[in-house]
Design a protein around this ligand. Sequence first.
Ligand code: FAD
Length: 399
Amino acid sequence: MQSEHSPHPYLKKVGIIGAGPAGLAIAIALRKKGIEVHIYERAKTFRPIGAGVTLSPNGIRSLAAIDADIVQQLKQQGSQLNRFRIRTARGWPILNQPVKDEDYDQPFLAVRWFSLQEIMRAKLPPEILHLHHQLIHFDQTQQSVNLSFANGETATVDLLIGADGIRSIVRKQLFGLEDPAYGGWMTWRGVQKYQHRLLPPHHTTIFAKRGKSLILLDNGQGYVSWALEMTSPTVHQSQHPEAAKARVLQELSNWHPALQELVNLTDANTIVERPVCEPMILPQWSNGRVTLVGDAAHPMAPFLGQGTNTTFEDVWALSTCLVQQDNLAAALQQYGNSRIERAHTIQYRTMYSAAQMRNPFLRPRWFKTSLGKVPDQAKVGEKAFSDWLYQYELTAEST
Ligand SMILES: Cc1cc2nc3c(=O)[nH]c(=O)nc-3n(C[C@H](O)[C@H](O)[C@H](O)COP(=O)(O)OP(=O)(O)OC[C@H]3O[C@@H](n4cnc5c(N)ncnc54)[C@H](O)[C@@H]3O)c2cc1C
């Protein structure tokens, strides 16, 4: 419930840029703590685009702390993954093993990206969601942050949260940084109702060929999401949705016919074509009255499936710090201290995963990158890293 008068005198009104998972989740978390929030999103409507996303125990634990009912609904709509398979492009089995979740208190859950968005959106009153509001500029003073939008409107807030994704304009203006560099991989994603014996319920299956993988996830309720990830020396930009679909079908031309059929059935207008970026390692996420969450704070490659999960970790930490401290500077300092080192470690580990996809003999302890010194925690073995990642302990909430 949101009270009329904020219990946090230094935070009467918070502006959030972006209505992706980060923006929606931080709005829900702050409203629960009695803070007035407004989300400004550049899209004109919410469309059912995007594919599937795997929520891992660390992300689910964070989301449950933000709002347990969201997780409850996702568990009803999504699919708890219990088996992981790798097959060749033609469908021959290579690996078949159970999903190892016995050491964690939450499952691995595959959901449609659109379900996640809709469930979270339904938690917010429509009047705080300002669509067709593309932020083009902000100015901050000691007392407030003034926002200017492409539609000519303006707003003034006490705190600005940049939840505006991988090419964040808030990050760009806050720290004078360019967008992250291209990472050498292209991805195409879609979701479709589909049944086939190669894609049983509760399974993740990767069909792989040199330099290319097609990852299939059971998303529950008969939906299967697919993601084609392939190395590409340059960024590919399709001229229209049908061209993107034709490109995927061309890349899968000699693959198992069921995979081509799945892509063929997918509505081209819902397919998301994205280049994978190099991680961007930011030493700080806040300055004055402005801070970052989600992809804006820690752009990373998708190879560990942690973009959305670490976003929910950020949101829980930021909302907790904002109510624990009695001034904004201390709250944002505590937020950075609690999050940045862990996010860097995950970002470096995604780079290791990308390198390992090119060289399966590479081991974490030998991994080096030109982006900086790899943290020791990013160099440990698979099981130790998984336990560190998935057993993440949340900051305690103040009473
Ligand atoms: C359309 C879409 C589909 C996706 N599909 C998948 C998927 O299928 N599987 C998966 O694992 N991940 C997917 N992702 C990525 C995943 O959601 C993110 O990696 C992660 O969840 C981080 O979320 P975020 O909210 O930080 O960033 P994002 O999800 O990128 O959200 C950022 C939001 O900010 C808005 N925005 C950007 N700039 C401005 C501006 N100047 N003014 C106002 N608004 C702005 C964007 O329109 C967007 O809604 C998708 C993202 C998007 C936007």
